[in-house]
Design a protein around this ligand. Structure first.
Ligand SMILES: *Cc1c(COP(=O)(O)O)cnc(C)c1O
Length: 360
């Protein structure tokens, strides 16, 4: 069977070369006589894999020396709790910007560990835009300000770096990390599950500015204490070894393709192709404010929603899967992360064009 064009929002499509490499390494990684899955996390082979992956991550993102990169477990949803456990104790309260389902969940979870303050929200507009900086009502002594840089469900992306002065900025970057160059020095903490843009599910990347560690609430589980994990090189508990290895292969692939500058151009071209089609269509539409449209998750609606099932079925027949929108948003969503090719987006646009001609 040939491979489908997979528009899944996550876990999402991986570069084919990565899957080939993983297949070739499956039984015997670099002559070790073992699969990566069978290696001791403290053995020399996995120690190399971890070090290579760490160093690639640091060089691709340009992570400054006074930041630590942790490879943890639990995904971004667990980070919604782990982050406040580690940070909110600094002053007891934190500011949250809510621009969609994910940042709303983050704020709700944090309330278990300290006081949360809603700094800005786009809920009134149905989460169709990013609140602008002048709308953010920040508390000068907050432990941190949290926002989501790309709302995967609504298809809303923050295309600018917020300025929170001396208060550390925290971002859930699960669905747009590695999609473009990033100035890590503007952030206190960045976290992201790997399964959207940089690997399989199972590993969560947390980038922490070193001075923000050491403030964990006493209830914080040791395995989720940033300082403990930093001191142990993400090895306080057994790390998700295989997921880290695959993520390493994805990072190698990104580097070979030209790094994050190349990813940015690649992603912009694909997004422009799809949004341009939507803007000229009488039949399909995107509802997100133009300046805040996500380059990663393109949400759209059919004018006649009775045709949704037919649209999905026709797409499936042409090998295109996972185009149904999230149940809370409705409509359609094409997730077009790094691993999605321009040609595949063109195939989708051609299909949509044809569908419109047939049904309009
Ligand atoms: C996918 C996603 C999550 C949830 O990730 P889990 O791995 O299920 O914890 C959280 N935030 C954003 C922005 C996401 O895209």
């Amino acid at each position: 069977m040939s491979r489908v064009i997979n528009f899944s929002s996550g876990p999402a499509a991986l570069p084919e070369s990565v899957l080939h490499q993983a297949a070739a390494d499956m039984l015997n990684w670099r002559g070790s006589g073992m699969s990566v899955m069978e290696m001791s996390h403290r053995g020399p082979e996995f120690t190399d894999i971890l070090a290579e992956t760490q160093s690639l991550m640091r060089s691709l993102l340009g992570v400054p020396d006074h930041y630590t990169v942790l490879f943890l477990q639990g995904g971004a949803i667990a980070e919604n709790a782990i982050l406040p456990m580690n940070l909110i104790g600094r002053t007891g309260h934190a500011d949250y910007v809510v621009s969609g389902v994910w940042s709303q969940k983050s704020m709700q979870e944090a309330a278990k560990y300290g006081q949360t303050h809603l700094a800005a929200s786009s809920q009134d507009s149905g989460f169709l835009h990013m609140p602008t900086q002048d709308q953010w009502r920040l508390s000068p002594d907050a432990s941190y300000v949290h926002f989501c840089s790309n709302e995967t469900i609504g298809g809303v992306e923050c295309h600018w770096t917020p300025d929170t002065g001396a208060v550390p900025l925290v971002a859930d970057m699960s669905s747009n990390i590695m999609s473009a160059p990033l100035d890590v020095s503007r952030y206190g903490v960045i976290y992201a599950g790997a399964q959207k843009n940089m690997g399989p599910s199972g590993v969560t990347v947390v980038i922490v500015r070193n001075d923000l560690m050491g403030h964990a609430l006493p209830i914080t589980p040791s395995a989720f204490n940033y300082q403990t994990q930093a001191e142990q090189g993400s090895m306080y508990n057994t790390p998700p070894t295989y997921a880290i290895y695959i993520m390493g292969l994805v990072l190698q692939h990104i580097q070979l393709e030209g790094g994050l500058t190349a990813m940015q151009a690649h992603n912009q071209r694909k997004a422009d192709l799809l949004y341009d089609f939507l803007d000229h269509s009488q039949f399909f539409s995107n509802r997100v404010a133009r300046h805040d449209r996500s380059r990663m998750n393109v949400t759209f609606f059919l004018k006649n929603e009775d045709l949704n099932a037919a649209f999905l079925q026709g797409a499936q027949a042409q090998g295109m899967v996972q185009l149904r929108g999230h149940r809370s948003a409705g409509g359609m969503r094409a997730s077009i992360y790094n691993a999605m090719s321009y040609a595949s987006v063109q195939t989708l646009v051609n299909y949509m064009h044809q569908f419109e001609k047939t049904h309009a």
